[in-house]
Design a protein around this ligand. Structure first.
Ligand code: ATP
Length: 511
């Protein structure tokens, strides 16, 4: 099945099973805003716990914070967001559709990459085991021609971004013959800058009200609390502050479901280090974060690092962790070396000294910062895309979400074989015993087969069936989602069997 079709099915599946709903749906929806349903909120909470514990529990020198969404407006002047938090937009005059000029060009680069990969895949099939991919890439004329086009475009694109040259971005779009996917035409407007911050008014009267912004990232809340946390927590450099919270961006183009939203949630950690050591820490955090992603077991080959074409105004190094979504490799997380830019700017704008006295060096300095920044929603989409699976069975097909058990919203479903003979009561007893440790679901409706399918569709890793034998010897069958195998186990052992599979500790052991 084409990847696009899979993605469409996945979106429909998320709605059908209570994972994600369009916001304000009964009013025809609100663009790029989504709500999480009864299953979605559980998965989201589990993802957040996986991140939070990996940061705060596993690192003695990382602590948490929960700062407000509303902040003093000068913060956004100091951070550079008022002047520079822009995306280059372009409109197609025929379809009246709006696009991000940089994304159109990135897609064009991806097309060249795809062409090369297709040649490689074809050749690999033809030559079988003797295929030498490196040599093929270095010598095949079609691959080389596309590589050259990619290189040229990449250099032009990076230069245009770094020079903030909007006319050149448009020229690239024209030279590459990029067409609007809707109208198919090349009838483009000029490229303009568009600020992504939402603003609102605070205060009740028109004279007294002041314009404030909805934060476009959570990081600034951490920077402006650096002194508070460092002093009250007696933190010694190097140390980090982690935060999970909502962020808002008035995205120009919001497609691809929850990949790009206007209201979303971020998990960010700012790590404060001695000046000069930031690039070493940048490398360390790159490695730590990649391990965190890979520990989920979705296949190492589906992740890669992507260097930024243009460094943000505050960074001296930046890399994205990309995952292979059904629509290609895309960013899930950014890791940035933000220098001392933010803290120095806040020193200047607030007039307060934001320093660290380093007892080992016997001097004070503005710390440098390495940031790891990941979107909860994008991570959610990554987990769902990696887990969604349509399996051909002997007689029919099943749709199963092969979620890592630790992230699954419901850990076990308990099902009485029939609705009589004391089996429902026995099933309830099991739930009453296990509900303090695991999210359990009771299900007695329809045939066992149908009930299994329902649980497969929401990704429940374990189904426990209570039958007549259970009443006699206190055993049940446990059915495993991925293999569909069943075994008979003692009710008393259920907690241990499930507990081992759904433990965060086990996951952290893989990092
Ligand atoms: P992009 O290039 O995709 O717009 P970005 O580089 O601007 O993203 P950052 O500012 O580095 O993103 O934000 C860190 C993380 O926050 C991203 O890796 C992503 O997971 C998440 N994120 C950013 N913007 C959005 C959005 N509009 N919707 C959902 N998640 C987002």
């Amino acid at each position: 099945m084409a990847q696009e079709d899979i993605f469409k099915k996945l979106v429909a599946h998320c709605k059908e099973y209570g994972y994600v709903f369009q916001s304000s749906e009964i009013y025809d929806g609100l663009g790029a805003v989504y709500d999480y349903g009864q299953m979605g909120v559980e998965l989201k909470n589990n993802i957040k716990k996986y991140w939070w514990d990996s940061m705060v529990l596993l690192h003695e020198n990382v602590v948490g914070l929960d700062s407000a969404i509303f902040m003093h407006p000068t913060i956004w002047k100091a951070s550079g967001h008022v002047d520079a938090f822009n995306d280059p937009l372009i409109d197609n005059k025929d379809s009246k559709k709006r696009y991000r000029a940089d994304v159109l060009i990135e897609d064009q680069l991806a097309k060249y990459e795809e062409k090369m990969n297709k040649e490689v895949a074809k050749a690999a099939k033809r030559f079988g085991e003797s295929f030498d991919e490196k040599q093929f890439r270095e010598t095949n004329p079609r691959v080389l021609a596309n590589q050259e086009k990619w290189n040229e475009l990449h250099t032009r694109f990076s230069n245009a971004l770094n020079d903030n040259n909007l006319a050149e971005l448009k020229q690239i779009i024209e030279d590459e013959g990029i067409v609007c996917p809707i109208s198919g035409s090349r009838n483009w407007t000029d490229v303009r800058q568009f600020n992504l911050m939402f603003s609102t008014e605070m205060g009740s009267t028109a004279e007294g009200a002041s314009k404030i912004f909805l934060r476009p990232e959570t990081a600034q809340g951490i920077f402006v609390n650096y002194l508070n946390v460092q002093k009250t927590g007696r933190m010694k450099i190097p140390f980090g502050i982690a935060q999970i919270g909502k962020a808002f961006r008035n995205e120009i183009v919001a497609r691809q479901f929850i990949f790009r939203m206007r209201e979303f949630e971020q998990m960010e950690m700012q790590f404060f280090v001695r000046p000069g050591s930031e690039l070493d820490w940048f490398e360390k955090w790159k490695e730590t974060r990649m391990k965190w992603h890979r520990a989920l077991g979705f296949g190492d080959e589906n992740y890669r690092f992507h260097e930024h074409e243009k460094l943000a105004h505050y960074a001296n190094a930046a890399v994205d962790v990309e995952y292979k979504f059904p629509f290609g490799f895309k960013e899930v997380e950014g890791i940035h070396s933000r220098t001392d830019f933010d803290l120095s700017q806040h020193e200047q704008y607030s007039g307060k000294k934001i320093r660290y006295y380093d007892p080992e060096l016997g001097e004070s300095y503005v710390p440098f910062v390495v940031e790891t920044s990941i979107g909860v929603d994008r991570m959610f989409l990554q987990v769902i895309s990696a887990s969604y699976c349509e399996e051909q069975l002997e007689k029919d097909t099943r749709v199963v979400l092969k979620l890592p058990p630790v992230l699954a919203p419901v850990k076990l479903a308990v099902m009485p074989l029939v609705k009589k003979d004391g089996l429902p009561e026995k099933a309830r007893e099991i739930i009453d015993e296990l509900k303090f440790d695991f999210n359990c679901q009771y299900d007695e409706k329809d045939s066992i087969g149908k009930r299994y399918r329902r649980q497969d569709a929401i990704g429940t890793p374990f189904c426990v069936t209570v039958d007549h034998q259970s009443a006699e010897d206190n055993t049940v069958t446990i059915r495993y989602r991925d293999t569909m195998e069943q075994e008979r186990v003692a009710i008393a052992d259920l907690g241990k069997i499930i507990g081992e599979q759904v433990s965060y500790k086990k996951l952290f052991g893989k990092m």
